[in-house]
Design a protein around this ligand. Structure first.
Ligand code: EPU
Length: 438
């Protein structure tokens, strides 16, 4: 399929769509299957390329995977987990950040793990130092090789006390996936507590793990000797739901997102309402629409849960170009997640980036010279342009900008959007968007 979308923008998006399981839970629940002694069944799995990438990686390690059309069902059989060939794993290098999460489960199953260089979206340095520090604390030995990292656990993995320097989602998942089968108790402090992490904990508990989430970001895990399979329905993708909500607002439209859940989206819903969007929650989903009149600017800071997610930031910034006055966005999770605004400037948006922590409390990037605060002046009509998708969420934001803009846009590199947005062109059809592939 052509990697370009030609969009004739300027019309409101109106209609219904459905979001399925959260990308950032599904991939981790798939990895958890490596720890099981029996078959696992994950439901509500979206058809996105990240699922294919993780499936490929697990198949290389001997996991048998089948899918059916029934409720997006994925069946994972880890009975014959085996060491993959280094060259085969290496072929996955650059395509996902999930491989690092295989370390704990593979060390438990095989006593050895190999991890290629990691990819993922280019939204900051995205190091894996927390992951490696955590694995060493459990007793892993990490050797750097030219082609990646080789890990072994000569004395097995043992429960430990860990204090994360920052509530990293991936490092918290690393601890969970390693501690559940480590010998003894692990106490994790400064853990991330995103809804996707709690859903992963639910999966692990179904498998037989003993995990308690305590106050003040403390998680305790009592290691067990064996884990069984699971049957689990993934929580819906709140990032995708928020992205479509921003598309409704920026195009002055009205979109019903089946599957969207209020509890996981509360920080988003507050911001959406303050800007001048409206929403209505029912048992099946949430309807989002532009409430009419002018939209209001606001000051916003991204943060770990229960804050406003960094992954909502990029779609929201496009909607903020349509608000009246000056909006400030302070990105505190990634040091380099505002670069996508440059192309919005070519479309008529007025966005200035700053190195200072603007509008809120100082963050860890304040003295590090990163342009991580944005001031957006609006409202600015957007006009069509030729733009190239920079990363997954930035890419969806460009799609929103193209749909909101007067005239024609050509969006290059749409393949990247399929990493996290299931069948988005079918959803555009359902909302009456005017576009062609190519
Ligand atoms: N960090 C380190 N060292 C580490 C790990 C993280 O310095 O070893 C830093 C990162 O550089 C970043 C911050 O800690 O500045 C937070 O990173 P985190 O580990 O929380 O992110 P992640 O696990 O790599 C997941 C999602 C991201 C999402 C973040 C934050 C997956 C596959 N990815 O990434 O999703 O933005 O949590 O919620 O779950 C996306 O879906 O588009 C996406 C980028």
């Amino acid at each position: 399929m052509a990697d370009i979308l030609t969009v004739n923008g300027g019309s409101p998006l109106v209609g219904d769509l459905e979001v399925r399981g959260a990308k950032n839970l599904v991939s981790k629940a798939m990895v958890a299957a490596l720890l099981a002694e029996g078959p696992c069944r994950l439901r509500n799995v979206p058809e996105i390329s990240d699922v294919k990438i993780v499936s490929g990686l697990l198949e290389l390690h001997g996991v048998k995977i089948d899918s059916t059309d029934r409720d997006g069902e994925l069946l994972l059989d880890p009975t014959n987990v085996e060491q993959a060939h280094v060259a085969d794993i290496d072929a996955h290098a650059g395509s996902s950040r999930v491989p690092v999460l295989l370390c704990g489960p593979l060390l438990h199953r095989l006593g050895e793990a190999f991890i290629p260089d990691l990819g993922g979206c280019r939204i900051g340095e995205r190091p894996i130092n927390y992951h490696l520090d955590v694995l060493r604390q459990f007793g892993a030995d990490v050797q750097k090789r030219p082609e990646g990292l080789r890990l072994t656990a000569p004395d097995g993995l043992k429960g430990t006390r860990i204090q994360l320097p920052y509530p990293s989602v991936g490092a918290t998942e690393q601890v969970l996936l390693t501690a559940v089968r480590a010998q003894g108790v692990t106490e994790l402090r400064n853990a991330a507590v995103e809804p996707e992490i709690l859903d992963l904990i639910a999966v692990l508990q179904k498998m037989g793990a003993i995990i308690s989430v305590e106050t003040d970001r403390v998680i305790k895990i009592e290691g067990v000797d064996r884990l069984g399979g699971y049957d689990h329905r993934a929580i819906p993708d709140r990032i995708e739901a928020g992205s479509w909500a921003c598309a409704a607002l920026a195009t002055r439209g009205d979109v019903y997102v089946r599957g969207a859940q209020q509890l996981a989206m509360m920080p988003f819903l507050n911001v959406f309402r303050k800007i001048g969007g409206d929403f209505d929650v029912d048992d099946e989903g949430i309807r989002f629409w532009h409430a009419g009149g002018t939209l209001n600017s606001l000051v916003l800071e991204t943060d770990v849960h229960p804050g406003f997610m960094t992954d909502w930031q990029q779609p929201l910034v496009v909607a903020l170009t349509q608000t009246t006055g000056l909006s400030i966005v302070h990105e505190t999770v990634y040091e380099n997640r505002l670069g996508f605004t440059e192309a919005l400037g070519e479309m008529g948006a007025v966005v200035q980036l700053y190195r200072e922590c603007l509008g809120g409390s100082p963050c860890r990037f304040g003295r590090a010279n990163f342009r991580h605060s944005a001031v957006i002046s609006g409202p600015t009509p957007l006009r069509g342009a030729e733009i190239t998708v920079p990363d997954l969420r930035g890419g969806f934001s460009y799609l929103i900008a193209a749909l909101a803009a007067e005239g024609q846009s050509k969006v290059h590199g749409i393949e990247l959007i399929y990493r996290g947005y299931e069948r988005f062109s079918e959803k555009l059809d359902a909302l009456g968007a005017d576009y062609q592939v190519g």
